[in-house]
Design a protein around this ligand. Structure first.
Ligand SMILES: [Zn+2]
Length: 114
């Protein structure tokens, strides 16, 4: 029996992989072939939560650069700040400019600057 195989509590039959549609996402669950009871195991629930979180942040954020003295800045939406932990102590923002693609990637780190 595979590690993530579950038996139905009602029928004691092995549950099968099933996809549950929720908010335009297909979430993986287990379903009993007999009584159609559905469960999300812990790892499936965590996977589903990560999918939902990613979808919530998927939308593009359009921002105008703001002049701050001689520099330029942009502000980050509150949910981005929360999910990526901008407000954590020792949060460092690292910029990776890619001039060829016209992109700047931003990564977050949480340690002291040397
Ligand atoms: Zn069942």
């Amino acid at each position: 029996m595979p590690a993530n195989q579950r038996l139905c509590f009602n029928c004691n039959l092995p549950m099968k992989r099933a996809l549950v549609r929720y908010k335009h996402l297909e979430l993986e669950a287990r379903e009993c072939p007999q009584c159609q009871e559905r469960i999300f195991t812990e790892d499936l629930a965590l996977k589903a939560a990560a999918q939902l979180e990613a979808q919530r942040l998927e939308s593009e954020y359009i921002k105008h650069p703001i002049r701050i003295g001689h520099s330029w800045g942009i502000t980050f939406p509150r949910e981005i700040v929360k999910v990526f932990g901008f407000d954590r102590p020792k949060a460092l923002v690292r910029l990776h400019p890619d001039v060829g693609k016209g992109k700047i990637e931003i990564s977050l780190q949480y340690r002291q600057l040397r």
